[in-house]
Design a protein around this ligand. Sequence first.
Ligand SMILES: [Zn+2]
Ligand SMILES: [Zn+2]
Length: 143
Amino acid sequence: MYFMCEECGEVFAAEDRKVIPNGGGDIGEDWCVCPYCGHDSLAEVEQCDDCGRWVDPSELYCGKCRDCIDTEAEDIEQVKQYGDHAKVEVEINALYYKTFSPSEIDELLAKAFAELPKEKQKKYCLDLVDDDPYDFAEWLQED
Ligand SMILES: [Zn+2]
Ligand SMILES: [Zn+2]
């Protein structure tokens, strides 16, 4: 387990915290402080597997920080593949349903998507990943 000092920003292992026995007085428990500056505001942190940044454990998705997830989400081709994995059910016009197979519908939509401006494509990619960053991170891991 690692901690970051909220005062000086240093990161250190749990065992490297400076322990002040009994809080230096009579608080009834040992007090752990930053070994660099002696401050007692320590936050548990974990390291992003990709960029090495230290973040709150709740901000990691399968070991990746949100910035790294977003970078992956800007790769349009990759998010298209993810979209194939994260399929959704929709209600569509019965005539079109009769006329086209699901793969033909996918093809038509892929063409329509490709005609969107690149900026919009990227925005939709980010939006999709934002719906469930954990699922996207898991899918990246399996990939
Ligand atoms: Zn410190
Ligand atoms: Zn990262």
